[in-house]
Design a protein around this ligand. Structure first.
Ligand SMILES: CC(C)(COP(=O)(O)OP(=O)(O)OC[C@H]1O[C@@H](n2cnc3c(N)ncnc32)[C@H](O)[C@@H]1OP(=O)(O)O)[C@@H](O)C(=O)NCCC(=O)NCCS
Length: 186
């Protein structure tokens, strides 16, 4: 992220069915409930389990400084109509390379509605058009094809597989890498 990005406000982005907005502390109990489910832990690399009281509040409290200090942006995925929190999506910035890494989860009750794909497309657009990124990459445990499908539907291309890249719960896991490029001139 460049200097002009640092003075921007944490964004709220709208899609057809979703608002992607900054988290507030009022979201914490829902984050804990949704992200704390074993099904979320099973295929992610950074979400704690068990998801203890206070962890969501601590995580949410990092978001403003992450954004204003150029480390990236974390947004709540909410349903426009009901206002309900259904997931989270983030770009973790590597400013020196004009690149960011995309990550996301959707609460289990909301899987299979296309919400993650809709959010990912919008965050990629924001990353390219507003943050001026050149590349957005993402990776998923190879045993988690649903996430790979989201990346494909969001326009990302498969870059390859990193074998035994991640040690989780006593087993080495392979990881599949995806990315999308912004072809705007430097
Ligand atoms: C991966 C995840 C984010 C997908 O969210 P979602 O809102 O259900 O995703 P979408 O509905 O936009 O798309 C899911 C796609 O995966 C497909 N899919 C689901 N299970 C699949 C499987 N076992 N194999 C292949 N494709 C699968 C769906 O059919 C859909 O594709 P389609 O539209 O072509 O039918 C959600 O399952 C999740 O949060 N999982 C746990 C956390 C996680 O894995 N995060 C990503 C870490 S890299």
């Amino acid at each position: 992220m460049n200097e002009s990005t640092m003075i921007r406000h944490l964004p709220t982005l709208a899609t057809e069915r979703l608002n992607l907005r900054p988290f507030t502390l009022a979201d914490a109990e829902f984050v804990r409930e949704l992200a704390g489910a074993p099904a979320i832990y099973a295929t992610t690399q950074n979400i704690p389990h068990p998801y203890e009281e206070g962890m969501a509040e601590k995580w949410i409290a990092t978001h403003a400084s992450n954004f204003y200090e150029g480390r990236g942006v974390q947004l709540a995925i909410t349903l426009k109509e009901a206002g309900r929190l259904v997931g989270a999506i983030a770009l973790t910035a590597r400013p020196a390379h004009k690149r960011a890494e995309l990550g996301y989860w959707i609460g289990l009750p909301y899987w299979g509605n296309g919400y993650c794909t809709e959010a990912a497309r919008e965050v990629i657009r924001y990353g390219f058009e507003t943050l001026g990124l050149h590349k957005i990459n993402a990776h998923h445990l190879s045993e988690n094809p649903a996430s790979g499908r989201v990346m494909e539907k969001a326009g990302m291309s498969r870059e390859g597989i990193m074998v035994d890249h991640f040690l989780k719960d006593g087993a080495f896991r392979s990881v599949t890498a995806y990315a999308i490029l912004n072809h705007a001139p430097l």
